[in-house]
Design a protein around this ligand. Structure first.
Ligand code: PEP
Ligand code: MG
Length: 579
């Protein structure tokens, strides 16, 4: 029976494929009591299924592509450990022996018990590991039923991941995989899970409430990533229509490739820089492939995720930064210092400092606030970035600054890191530039404090919107109020661009607004000349720039900024689009 679900569109395009449920909410199995004489046979059946799954996971690990993210191997390793864990295996066998449950019943009963235990665990990251146990149990159940679930690695290339939620760290494992789309119950347009999904360049919808409960394993589904629609079990005529639209879009994408080598300038000849946002060093390749003229935002926190009890050492970080810098081959690479917290928790942060229990993590010890509270960790990262600057063109970008003394402390620590490198005789770029993210409204309203002290600015619209409107960017319950076109947001952006220009300080936008072609003309008209976005968005934004003329944008953009009523604003935006 076909049905349609609605969510938030986060990554464009159409995906058609079979649902691959990660940790389905309900595991539907038979429940019956076995005879006493059947107990040993039932245990043999269980052990055979465990062995089959172990073999499957071993094969998956052995077949991992050489360039697969290291997290992928670690992820399979965790599943193997769970598979052999006494709590799962022995307790299930005990249930078969003592209660005479059939093995499927015993296994799901034991899963229930473990889940309850996990729900009580305070550590948020550990609590989320519940999903791993569910996935392992699901594999065993499938094996018992004689059908193995689709493999996580290189499986069918028409697979669409459906999940209740995926942590940004877990999302990383999908890089380099062959999934066609993503659907999650939770999330907002600029949640970091959505950002990573977008970086994979495949259609995705988040905040599709109940999707993981209503969609079943292997259901045929269509994900319309432009409208946030998921159609389950579509009628043949609908399928035909979407298949047609899918091929049209593929054609459009191929046509866009022609723009790759053309210089980015408006019709009137104004030169615009298009930079890439990356999460991992190897993403620099995608940046180059898209024609980016540099990396405008390297979100280094992703290097720190999936590290259980420690943070990466200086040499490990240095190697990662250097790799991105060398891949970019002389083009500028803006490396942002670690921005953890809110929807990007870090395993190694959960050290009893109260961080994980903060009532409002988005307002708590996040980003530079955490870095300044851990000066040794911060110095290590600064040294690693500085060392990478000897291999290309590097800039340092600091997230979430709002106070003058935070800027001063940060600059002091950068000086200290340089002194330490001098003492150790290690090379770095002595003219390295340091910039600030403008992503807290207070920062946008106190710009002279930044303009006097720093070399450049980068506007983080994702957080700027979140903090200006008091809307959690990851919460789908308030996603409709997360509005990049709210007059207050537009004023903050326009003001920042104007003041930075007046002071002669370079400024870019690296939030998701920069990669959304529907905002390109507006930002150009406000005076933006440097955009940083996911490589997958670069050509479509470029196309918009090539069609724009700054002179004709002036008047309608001024009208947008003077509009405070929704109808007035909409009308002015129309005029921007048609200018
Ligand atoms: C932003 O806030 O706009 C930004 C680019 O940083 P992040 O999305 O990583 O918070
Ligand atoms: Mg931010």
């Amino acid at each position: 029976m076909p049905f349609t679900l609605h969510g938030i569109p986060v990554s464009r395009g159409i995906a058609i494929g079979r649902a691959y449920l990660i940790a389905p909410a309900a595991l539907d199995v038979d429940h019956y009591l076995i005879e006493h004489a059947q107990i040993e046979d039932e245990i043999v059946r269980f052990r055979a299924a465990l062995q089959a799954v172990e073999h499957e996971l071993d094969t998956l690990r052995a077949d991992l592509a050489a360039d697969a993210p290291s997290e992928m191997g670690a992820f399979i390793g965790v599943h193997l450990m769970i598979l052999n864990d006494v709590m799962l295996v022995q307790e299930t066998i005990d249930l078969i022996r003592t209660r005479r449950f059939n093995v499927e019943w015993a296994l799901t009963e034991q899963l229930e018990r473990l889940s309850r235990h996990f729900d009580d665990v305070e550590d948020e990251y550990l609590r989320e590991r519940k999903a791993d146990i569910e996935q392992v149990v699901e594999r065993v159940l499938k094996s018992l039923a004689g059908a193995m679930p689709p493999s996580l690695h290189g499986g069918c290339d028409e697979m669409i991941v459906v999940a209740h939620d995926i942590a940004p760290a877990d999302m990383l494992q999908f890089k380099g995989q062959t999934f066609q789309g993503f659907v999650t119950d939770l999330g907002g347009r600029t949640s970091h899970t959505a950002i990573v999904a977008r970086s994979l360049g495949i259609p995705a919808a988040v905040g599709v409430q109940q999707a993981s409960a209503l969609i079943r394993q292997d259901d045929l589904i269509i994900v319309d990533g432009d409208h946030g629609i998921v159609i389950v079990d579509p009628a043949p005529i609908v399928l035909e229509e979407y298949t047609y639209r899918q091929s049209e879009m593929a054609l459009e994408r191929r046509k866009l490739q022609r723009l790759k080598f053309s210089p980015t300038q408006t019709l009137c000849g104004a030169k615009i820089q298009l930079y890439a946002n990356i999460e991992l060093p190897d993403d620099a390749q995608a940046a180059l492939d898209s024609g980016a003229t540099g990396v405008g935002l390297f979100r280094t926190e992703f290097l720190f995720m999936n590290h259980k009890n420690h943070l990466p050492e200086e040499d490990e970080q240095f190697a990662a930064y250097r790799r991105a810098v060398e891949l970019m081959n002389g083009l500028p690479v803006t490396i942002r210092t670690i921005d953890v917290g809110a929807d990007k928790p870090l395993d190694a942060m959960n050290s009893g400092d109260g961080y994980e229990t903060a009532a409002n993590p988005a307002l708590g010890l996040r980003a530079i606030r955490w870095s300044l509270s851990e000066p040794q960790m911060f110095l290590t990262q600064l040294r690693a970035i500085l060392r990478a600057s000897a291999f290309g063109s590097v800039k340092i970008l600091i997230p979430m600054l709002a106070h003058a003394q935070q800027i001063d402390q940060t600059l002091d620590l950068i000086r200290e890191a340089r002194r330490q490198l001098d003492d150790a005789g290690l090379a770095y770029d002595p003219n390295i530039q340091v910039g600030a993210m403008i992503e807290i409204p207070a920062a946008a309203l106190a710009l002279p404090m930044f303009l006097r002290r720093l070399d450049f600015l980068s506007i983080g619209t994702n957080d700027l919107i979140q903090y200006a409107l008091a809307i959690d960017r990851a919460d789908n319950a308030v996603a409709d109020l997360y509005d990049p076109l709210h007059p207050a947001v537009l004023q903050l952006i326009a003001h920042t661009l104007r003041e930075a220009k007046r002071a002669g300080v370079p400024v870019s936008v690296c939030g998701e607004m920069a990669g959304d072609p529907s905002f390109t003309r507006l930002l150009l008209g406000m005076g933006l000349t440097e955009f940083s976005m996911h490589p997958s968005q670069l050509l479509v934004v470029k196309q918009e720039i090539l069609r724009s003329q700054l002179k004709t944008l002036e008047k309608p953009v001024a009208e947008v900024l003077a509009a405070y009523e929704p109808e007035e604003l909409q009308a002015a935006l129309q005029r921007v689009a048609q200018a």
